[in-house]
Design a protein around this ligand. Structure first.
Ligand code: SAM
Length: 340
């Protein structure tokens, strides 16, 4: 490994101390410094579907403004959800858990809000925020005053610039199903997790057959659509969700097992949402976040869904111990310990 830190100093970029602690022998050859807290790996050879997914998220995040009240509300909602997805009783418990750690990897940080949360909760830990989309550039600028955060634009399926058994905690929240071969990405995440330490991960859950068919068909179809087409579609679906949500009556729907349709008591919007078409609407989070949520579903051409058995087979294959397992209609998630 050449000492690229010196090289970067000579090119005018003095890397932040976080990089020096993550890469004590200098920046690996495969990474290039862009600014004091941002380095990029070579992602010029991404397969087409991953490139489309990268562009979709770059566009999605460019629609979201850090200073808006929608961003603040969405982050507050996400933090609360994170605790239940990965088995932390409270933010205090998460802070206690994170504080002894030296390095944490947030794999697929999006706008970086959760990575910054970890950085606030555990000021002596270096948080490495990674993402394939250009959101990581915006995040590195927005959170530039955080001394304990560094940012890497990379494909989390290949982080060969990190040694084995490196991170004290790896968090991959709502990301892995967007990567090219998710079980392979999972293997890579486990590789960089330290022995006797945890990895948290979330996957989309398989839904009823009509919804799966529509989603699969659309993911192929969307490749010919423009960003604006999908934004327009997302607005229309948000409006559909909003109108359906006006029907407050809870109805008992029958199960139709051969189509994977689970019956039960729910509103019309929820029944259609889970079984036929994603038309997200959340009054509390607001219209813009609802539009972004629909966009997030319909724009990336890579978004795999899994059964509980599929997800559990990854955990078994990697020989992990279950610390916490969570399931809900949207997803499966959990925290798993890497065995020695
Ligand atoms: C739904 S967002 C979740 C962001 C964040 N973890 C959160 O919970 O708010 C999914 C993110 O995964 C990123 N992503 C997708 N494929 C990736 C890959 N192969 N490597 C790194 N990031 C990826 C996208 O760019 C996007 O920012």
């Amino acid at each position: 490994m050449t000492n690229k830190n010196e090289e970067n100093i000579s090119s005018g970029i003095k890397l932040s101390p976080g990089f020096a602690s993550i890469f004590p022998n200098g920046l690996p050859e495969s990474l290039t410094a862009v600014s004091h807290n941002l380095v990029v790996s070579d992602i010029s050879n991404l397969p087409d579907t991953q490139l489309q997914t990268k562009d979709a998220f770059s566009k999605k995040w460019s629609l979201s403004n850090y200073e808006s009240s929608d961003f603040t509300k969405a982050l507050a909602f996400q933090k609360k959800w994170y605790l239940s997805l990965y088995g932390f009783e409270s933010e205090k418990e998460l802070a206690r858990y994170l504080r002894p750690f030296k390095f944490i990897l947030d794999a697929g940080s999006g706008q970086g809000g959760k990575a910054a949360w970890f950085a606030q909760l555990s000021p002596s830990t270096t948080i490495v925020a990674t993402d394939i989309s250009d959101s990581i550039i915006a995040a590195s600028e927005y959170y530039k005053h955080y001394d304990n955060m560094v940012f890497i634009q990379c494909d989390i399926a290949d982080m060969s610039f990190f040694p084995n058994n490196y991170f004290d905690y790896v968090s991959c929240d709502q990301v892995i199903h967007h990567t090219k071969i998710p079980p392979k990405t999972f293997k890579e995440l486990v590789r960089v997790t330290r022995i006797n330490h945890d990895i948290s991960c979330y996957v989309y859950r398989k839904k009823a057959l009509p919804r799966e068919l529509l989603d699969d068909y659309f993911r192929e179809f969307n490749k010919q659509l423009t960003h604006d087409d999908i934004v327009e579609l997302s607005k229309q679906l948000t409006e559909l969700g909003r109108i359906l949500s006006k029907i407050k009556k809870v109805i008992e729907f029958p199960s139709i097992p051969l189509l994977g349709i689970e019956g039960g008591k729910m509103t019309v919007q929820r029944f259609l949402y889970w079984n036929f078409i994603k038309c997200y609407w959340n009054k509390e989070l607001g219209k813009d976040t609802s539009i972004l949520t629909n966009y997030d579903w319909y724009s990336p051409s890579q978004a795999f869904r899994y059964s509980e058995q599929d997800f559990r087979s990854w955990i078994e294959q990697e020989n992990l111990d279950e610390v916490h397992f969570h399931s809900e209609q949207a997803c499966y998630s959990g925290r798993f310990k890497k065995r020695g």
